[in-house]
Design a protein around this ligand. Structure first.
Ligand SMILES: [Zn+2]
Length: 124
């Protein structure tokens, strides 16, 4: 699913998309210049591998996303915006966005329930 950025105005454009085990629901709204504000909720689950024992497990996802989408490359002067996703060809691809968020979760530290529990016992 692609959103044509120049069609997004001051009125929030609502979107909702399911991809594999994840669902995103939120809106895009014109901010200023090339920037559009994106607020959305990402929920569902991601298949992860435990960083300690190597076991596969599903991690619940329930994240609020609050960032900006840039229509094209950002200039240096705009870099005060921290969370910016650059979109090219004037389109924002929701599928790609969900996949990149999923990858970010997978690339983080993930421990299965058993390893989280054993950590807890260590601390006692
Ligand atoms: Zn584990």
């Amino acid at each position: 699913m692609e959103i044509v950025l120049r069609k997004v105005g001051k009125t929030p454009l609502l979107f909702e998309k399911n991809l594999d085990n994840l669902k995103i629901k939120g809106f895009l709204q014109f901010d200023s210049g090339k920037l559009l504000k994106l607020e959305a909720k990402l929920s569902g689950f991601v298949n992860c591998t435990c960083d300690r024992c190597g076991k596969e497990f599903t991690k619940d996802v329930d994240e609020e996303l609050d960032l900006f989408v840039s229509d094209g490359m950002l200039q240096d002067k705009d870099s005060s915006y921290i969370d910016v996703v650059e979109a090219f060809d004037g389109k924002f691809n929701l599928d790609d966005f969900i996949r990149s968020e999923e990858q970010l979760i997978k690339d983080g530290y993930n421990y299965c329930m058993e390893c989280v529990d054993s950590d807890f016992e260590y601390e006692i």
